[in-house]
Ligand binder design. Sequence first.
Ligand code: PGA
Length: 250
Amino acid sequence: MRKNIVAGNWKMNKTFPDGITLIEEIIEKSEDLNNVKLIISPPYIFLKDASNIAAHSKIGIAAQNCSNEESGAFTGEISASMLKSANVNYIILGHSERRAYYGEKDELINQKIKLCIKHNITPIVCCGEVLQERESGEHFKVVSNQIKGMFFGINPEEFTKVIIAYEPVWAIGTGKTASPDQAQEIHQFIRKIITDSYGSEIANNLSILYGGSCKPSNAKELFANPDVDGGLIGGASLNANDFLSIAKSF
Ligand code: PGA
């Protein structure tokens, strides 16, 4: 069954005490929310505490990345199996900031997706074009190539664990948002790609989130689209009231 999902990507923000306070506030204020799955994605250092605090709530905890290696001599890396052992059940992969600043390519993201699936973690897999690609009308091709590359070799059963986030890079942290029509158009296109690869049942059950300056003032019109199943929220997820207001926009 396709779920409504709102996930908060904190990126590299908050000190430890501030982060824990925010998690507690979100849990407390979300107790009566039933029609949406909330996920919080704080930096690695918070994850074990976050999963303990959230253990008796309905909130899911996500990491913002993981290694493409299983284990071993990879200084500074964190593996999917370690995250799973800390009760982290989601991992954001392929975020445009990882692509732009750390050189991540579809092939590497594909390896990470496979490790998530192996360890029974739901990957929240990001795609999206940069401004120049949107302006030259290449965005459909860019997104289609990203999806084909990232999901190469993933079989239908494995794909049922996946969440996709469409995040136009020109809208991330810029205050510019895709219009509801632009979002619907490309989300529908993404669902069509998945239908062609995995069949309509799997595609219809896939949650596709929109990300890029999603906030309380625009979430309702974005989420009203039939193929927009929620949001991946950056800046507005750092404030409990804003995050909850977005989550109540279905
Ligand atoms: P933003 O970030 O909401 O701050 O634009 C979204 C994201 O990068 O996931």
